[in-house]
Design a protein around this ligand. Sequence first.
Ligand code: SF4
Length: 63
Amino acid sequence: MRIHVDRDKCEGLGMCEAMASDFFELDDDDEMRVLDDSPDESQRGHVHSAVQACPVLALTLSG
Ligand code: SF4
């Protein structure tokens, strides 16, 4: 499984961090960083929740 971020869409709103802070983090400039873009399969539910929480649909999962 791999996390993809559409940087043109991401507005640094932080919903993904709120849902799965092990994988997403906003820095001091509200720039979102993916901490681990290939999560273990056991984390799928967690990561999927974060993807679905993004209000601008900037996140997608593959694999
Ligand atoms: S929730 Fe969406 S817009 Fe907000 S930081 Fe995460 S990817 Fe970016």
